[in-house]
Ligand binder design. Structure first.
Ligand code: BGP
Length: 471
């Protein structure tokens, strides 16, 4: 039997970043403060009322000024698609202005024009853990229905401005993260533990409604637009074959599929009442019709790892987006994230079986402590064989899922260039094919260096994945 994997000819190979984790220029050209600018130590750190100069996102990797060089490097690898986000607070600094900030709009015009120079399709996230801080402070983020209007105005502005330059759009990054990180994901200033079930549902419903409403705007603005939802996907395995553990894993899965059911099927699933007993109180007349009539064109998701669940409710293992417990059969990264390539094949099959929508893996990668060394030719590089191994194993499983019959649109490796970590705000947690000389303490030249994985990924794209079959 043929053991080789192959990818569709139009498979969208590329890489992904997020505005708040790479651009820097956090107050330049009229940009307002965003919720990211008061998270100097990442989502797992404390919230600071004012930006602190320790916030590595103030400068990021200075992508705001160096994007042309970086896009050229992505083109050298042969990228077909480049995922990034638009910083909402560059376009509407306070979130509630009647008119947009022209300097913010003009930056993204130049960025997308640079992509077009190399035939690279932008894949743009409207809100990647970034909303104007003013909306968090004045409205408590997505708890207030008024934010829907502000988000619709922002979306309409960018859909119209970049019509013909951008056709692949994502509404919210990991929209299910509201259940774990309500401030970073939804601008809610209440501690997660103090949020009531009603408040949590109210906020997620407002966000899902906004996602559907901007999906409609996107389709009306340009029928060529392909608009996707995006979730952080961490499959939950039962910690044992004990039925109680199997049920625990099933219920954990509900917390993700709830968001997918609304975005893809246009309605809340049958088990919503189990999760949010009074949820129907928050659904106003007309909401159900909006959800039903404005579903997405594709499902995108991040995949880094799987987790285990048991009746013990052990929450010892924080993944990128939810809690669970360690799987004794899996190795882990230097940051304790378990490594499960076969879990990606499992996830692709599960999602395709449930929703039968094209799937786009928009985040996958290995955060690691890379060491810059001389390359013997007067330059510098990183021998990141560990990253090549991680990505190869995961891509082989994508190939297996495609052989299973799953419709996979593309793959954008996370952090295709070293950027600031979302969970810890570290630069030392590096994901890139390109090393950026910047350290956790803010020192460094910001110079870029190709790692060993740079040429490896270039060959993967050149051969449309067939080189993955070589041992
Ligand atoms: C995902 C986020 C990304 C990215 C990634 C890696 O959940 O969508 O923004 O940060 O996690 O996480 P980290 O940067 O914390 O290593």
């Amino acid at each position: 039997m043929d053991t080789k994997v192959s990818f569709p000819n139009d498979f969208l190979w590329g890489g992904a970043v997020a505005a708040n984790q790479c651009e820097g220029a956090y107050l330049e050209d009229g940009k307002g403060m965003s919720v990211q600018d008061v998270l100097p130590y990442g989502v797992i750190g404390p919230i600071f009322p004012g930006a602190t100069d320790q916030n590595s996102k103030n400068t990021g990797i200075d992508f705001y000024h160096r994007y042309a060089e970086d896009i050229r490097l992505f083109a050298e690898m042969g990228f077909k698609v480049f995922r990034t986000s638009i910083a909402w607070s560059r376009i509407y600094p306070l979130g509630n202005e009647p008119q947009p900030n022209e300097e913010g709009l003009s930056f993204y015009d130049k960025l997308f024009d640079e992509c077009a120079k190399y035939g690279i399709e932008p894949l743009v996230t409207l809100s990647h853990y970034e909303m104007p801080l003013n909306l968090a402070q004045k409205c408590n983020g997505w708890l207030d229905k008024a934010v829907i209007e502000h988000f619709m105005r922002y979306a309409k502005t960018v859909f119209q401005r970049y019509k013909g330059k951008v056709k692949y759009w994502i509404t919210f990054n990991e929209i299910n993260a509201i259940l774990t990180f309500p401030f970073m994901s939804a601008g809610i200033l209440l501690e997660n533990s103090r949020l009531s079930s009603n408040e949590r549902f109210c906020a997620l419903h407002n966000q899902l409604l906004a996602s559907a409403l901007v999906t409609r705007i996107g389709h009306e603005t340009d029928p060529n637009n392909k608009i996707g939802c995006m979730i952080g996907y961490v499959p939950s395995y039962p910690a044992s074959s004990k039925p109680e553990d199997v049920l625990a894993a099933m219920k954990a899965g509900w917390e993700t599929s709830l968001f997918l059911d609304v975005s893809v099927r246009g309605r809340y699933p049958y088990y919503t009442k189990r999760l949010f007993p009074n949820y129907e109180e928050h659904i106003e007349d007309g909401d159900r019709k909006v959800l039903k009539n404005n579903t997405v064109d594709f499902i995108s998701f991040s995949y880094y790892m799987s987790t285990c669940r048991s009746e013990r409710g052990n929450e010892s293992c924080l993944t990128n987006i939810q809690f669970g417990e360690k799987n004794p059969y899996l190795p882990e990264s230097q940051w304790g994230w378990q490594i499960d390539p076969k879990g990606l094949r499992y996830s692709l099959n599960k999602l395709y079986d449930m929703y039968h929508k094209p799937l786009f893996i928009v985040e996958n990668g290995l955060g690691a402590k890379d060491v810059l060394i001389e390359d013997g030719r007067g330059g510098y590089t990183v021998n990141d064989d560990y990253r090549i191994a991680y990505l190869r194993e995961h891509l082989l499983q994508v190939g297996e899922a495609i052989k299973d019959g799953v419709d996979v649109m593309g793959y954008t490796a996370w952090g295709c260039i070293d950027i600031v970590s979302a969970s810890t705000s570290q630069m030392s947690k590096r994901y890139g094919f390109i090393y950026v000389d910047r350290n956790d303490d803010g020192s460094g030249t910001l110079k870029r260096y190709r790692k060993k994985s740079f040429n490896w990924y270039k060959e993967v794209i050149r051969t449309n994945g067939s080189c993955l079959n070589e041992t």
